[in-house]
Design a protein around this ligand. Structure first.
Ligand code: C5P
Length: 232
């Protein structure tokens, strides 16, 4: 699995996104497009970034009945993105349908990654509101296994969980991990964070980094530092 740094392009629109990416003259970073940017600009923003040579993780976290997700995934697949995701809570039938929809006529498809439990969900809320009474780390690993058995390529998880996910689901099962901060940087609203170097050590395959790069005084230097610490 090729380790890489994915920049979370959490911008409100195209103009801001382009202004940010134009600073990168020598490299073409792997970028994540989330709900905000996608809902603001639609598929055009994906096509535009693709034409400019970026790899794209489309972070739309699909969760619906299997047939709807299958059809939506077929549309996303035609956008030629490199990675998409869904909620494992949609169950195995939904994940299998998603894979079917995502697979292009030539057999290729983007990587399909599952969200297990959102990092904003606490043990207490999961128990009280979702009626799931198992310990959260166990739920995360169990959902990861469900995703693996459904044929998915990996999960989004905390870098601190990447080792346990690999232990349960195998070295080839991809871990995509947000919650990364430089040792001397601001933590912001993230709680369980680690450095790019430590994420590499624990076994993350892709780190998703937003503000430490997008809000840096010199984003290109911050990106290069991330790559150096994480990829080596
Ligand atoms: O700015 P920051 O580095 O915290 O950005 C992390 C990115 O990863 C954001 O786009 C955030 O929505 C996303 N993310 C996360 N935690 C998750 C899933 C996604 O921080 N569990």
């Amino acid at each position: 699995m090729g380790k890489d740094v994915i920049i979370a392009c959490d911008f409100a629109g195209k103009q801001e996104t382009m202004a940010f990416l134009e600073q990168f003259q020598e490299e073409k970073p792997f970028v994540k497009i989330g709900m905000e940017l996608y809902y603001a600009e639609g598929p055009a923003i994906v096509r535009e970034l693709k034409v400019r040579g970026h790899k794209i993780f489309l972070d739309l976290k699909l969760h619906d009945i299997p047939n709807t997700v299958k059809k939506a995934m077929a549309v996303l697949s035609r956008l030629d993105v490199d990675m998409v995701n869904l909620h494992a809570a949609g169950t195995a039938a939904m994940m299998e349908a998603a894979l079917e929809g995502l697979t292009r006529p030539d057999g290729t498809r983007p990587l399909l990654i599952a969200v297990t439990q959102l990092t904003s969900t606490s043990q207490a809320r999961m128990e009280k509101e979702l009626l799931i009474e198992k310990p959260l780390p166990e739920v995360v690993l169990s959902y990861a296994e469900l995703a693996k058995n459904a044929g998915l390529d990996g999960v989004v998880c905390s870098p601190l969980e990447a080792g346990a996910v690999h232990a349960r689901c195998g070295a080839a099962f991809v871990t995509v991990t947000p919650g990364v901060r430089f040792a001397d940087g601001e933590v912001g609203d993230q709680v369980r964070v680690t450095t790019p170097e430590k994420a590499k050590e624990i076994g993350s395959d892709y780190i998703v980094v937003g503000r430490p790069i997008t809000q840096a005084a010199d984003p290109v230097a911050a990106y290069r530092r991330c790559v150096k610490e994480f990829v080596g």
